[in-house]
Write a protein that binds this ligand. Sequence first.
Ligand SMILES: *[C@@H]1O[C@H](CO)[C@@H](O)[C@H](O)[C@H]1NC(C)=O
Ligand SMILES: *[C@@H]1O[C@H](CO)[C@@H](O)[C@H](O)[C@H]1NC(C)=O
Ligand SMILES: *[C@@H]1O[C@H](CO)[C@@H](O)[C@H](O)[C@H]1NC(C)=O
Length: 232
Amino acid sequence: MRQLLLGFLFLVAVSANVPNGYFDNLVDVAPEEVLPKLVTSNSAFGLCPSETYIDYYNEKWETSLGLDSSLTWRNASILWEKVRTMINEGNIGNFQKLCHSRDRFYYNMGQILYYQCVNLFSLLQWTDDIREAAAYVRMWQHLDFMCNVGFEQLLIPGDLKCVETASTNLTCVHEFEHNTNWSNVCPLVDTFMNCQKNLIDTACGVPNGYYACEGIRLGYGSYCTNLRCNVQ
Ligand SMILES: *[C@@H]1O[C@H](CO)[C@@H](O)[C@H](O)[C@H]1NC(C)=O
Ligand SMILES: *[C@@H]1O[C@H](CO)[C@@H](O)[C@H](O)[C@H]1NC(C)=O
Ligand SMILES: *[C@@H]1O[C@H](CO)[C@@H](O)[C@H](O)[C@H]1NC(C)=O
């Protein structure tokens, strides 16, 4: 069931040349001193009215997955590790359980509250720990990707090998790493997304590049506005 990992491969692949193990996110690759620059105050969705909402729905979600319900969004890196372990076991039961729990979390909270509360700018009202706040938001973005757009991809097993092989070409990754202006990251994320999309589309055919592009957009560009991946 290695296909289950496909939605994440792009993210893993782009960090393959970095020595310190797994990361897949701008916040993780950015030098510490530039982190505050990545945070702007223009949240498009409005802010979460109360931390109590997150704690309440997060606990229900944990319970449904059999996770330690004392962990909150402030323990996001531990939660993400547990979720990733479930994903990496690669069985379809886990996958369905995770996506079902994700759907319940979203529908119980409601769309508006979801976007207001699973939101970096909201979480930063209550913590200075940008990495932990970003990890929580990113965990839900990963689940969104995996359970929605990524799901179609997961059902096309034949493309896995091709994408894996093509992702060893680090041309786009190196270009991103060398050229990024850490005070103004979004334009280079856009370039990176399109570079990787073209690379994967060329090697493996449409729409595989689209998924690669979405993977980068969610992992690196979630702080940017107006980034789009197109299927064609
Ligand atoms: C979870 O986060 C809280 C708040 O930061 C912290 O006090 C607690 O020790 C963390 N729990 C674990 C298991 O690390
Ligand atoms: C990096 O971006 C900042 C903010 O937009 C800009 O002021 C600066 O000139 C840029 N640096 C380079 C080397 O382009
Ligand atoms: C890697 O990708 C770049 C850009 O798409 C391409 O020009 C280059 O030929 C590729 N390298 C290999 C070894 O396939």
